[in-house]
Design a protein around this ligand. Sequence first.
Ligand code: HEM
Length: 204
Amino acid sequence: MRSEKMDAPNHPLLLRALHWINAFAVIVMILSGWRIYDASPLYGFLFPAEFTLGGWLAGALAWHFAAMWLLAANLLAYLLYGIATGRFQRLFLPLWPGAIWRDAWAVLTGRMAHVPGRYNAAQRAAYVFAILATIIAILSGLALWKPVQLQELTALMGGFETARRVHFFAMAALVIFLLGHISLALSNKSVLKAMTIGSREQAQ
Ligand code: HEM
């Protein structure tokens, strides 16, 4: 069997499946979450109904509660996979603040070439940020879903009202990540191809 290391420029099939299931679940969670928010807004604005999922509160809750199991189980599988194969250590570390700013600036000014099978420091930081935001979204969501049974978790989140705000900001962090992540992915077809059909990328 070929090791993941030998396949470095490709993303292994399992990783690709986990990534796209995650993308589907996160998008369903965000769009149905916006509809749930609109039923009882925390701040002085609503999300436009046409960008929400579920049609009405009960429909949105059904989507949200269905996709949360997919999101949580898939994330758990991804975390176990990343730790067990050494992928996280190999591709996401180290994370030096100086290198993150330097590479982020190089990406923004178009001076960062994509090296197949490697992530630059800004990418590593963005992925770790997205994973942490997803974990916080899940934990604060659980605290809101079962505030009595999981009262220690709800207390850890600062109580029910603070947990709502934590949940909102975790969603906002994921939306900000996604805006950058999707635009960068769409601007580099070989990277997108490697994450979908798994073909080898050309360095560019
Ligand atoms: C929905 C549209 C999405 C697109 C088009 C997309 C595209 C991509 C592509 C092309 C890569 C590979 C980047 C590279 O090799 O340089 C990637 C990796 C990654 N994406 Fe996405 N993605 C999407 C959604 C998401 C979502 C919702 C999340 C998390 C909330 C996410 C988290 C990640 C992470 C953590 C990696 C690195 C995976 C690893 O190497 O272990 N993506 N994505």
